[in-house]
Design a protein around this ligand. Structure first.
Ligand code: SF4
Ligand code: SF4
Length: 104
């Protein structure tokens, strides 16, 4: 399994943004709003996405900083394009990277 790059392309492919685990998190919603505001600058190359500010791509950046996520809901990582692209099922943990840390 290759290490997942923290790249803008992978941020865009990540489906954590629609995951039920994060759906009711006020902290995640606030981060998503900020990312939306900053996206034009990031796309223009004027700013680099900082892992701390992106509520997703946890397989690359490690555990979520938002404490109000609900891990009793189902992780969606196995439906993400990066799941196959990086052969994530052969590494650890198996999903729930927001709870258990980056893929290794
Ligand atoms: S595998 Fe999971 S954490 Fe990684 S990019 Fe896809 S949805 Fe996000
Ligand atoms: S890592 Fe899995 S459980 Fe966590 S937000 Fe992403 S899809 Fe949901």
């Amino acid at each position: 399994m290759a290490k997942v790059d923290f790249s803008l392309e992978n941020v865009q492919k990540c489906i954590c943004k629609t995951c039920p685990v994060q759906a009711d998190s006020a902290c995640v919603k606030e981060k998503q709003m900020k990312v939306k505001e900053m996206m034009p600058k990031i796309m223009a190359g004027e700013m680099k996405p900082n892992p701390e500010m992106i509520p997703g791509l946890y397989c690359a950046r490690g555990k979520a900083s938002c404490p109000d996520i609900d891990v009793s809901k189902m992780c969606q990582c196995n439906e993400c394009p990066l799941w196959k692209e990086y052969d994530l099922p052969s590494g650890e943990p198996m999903g729930y990277y927001c709870r258990d840390g980056a893929a290794k």
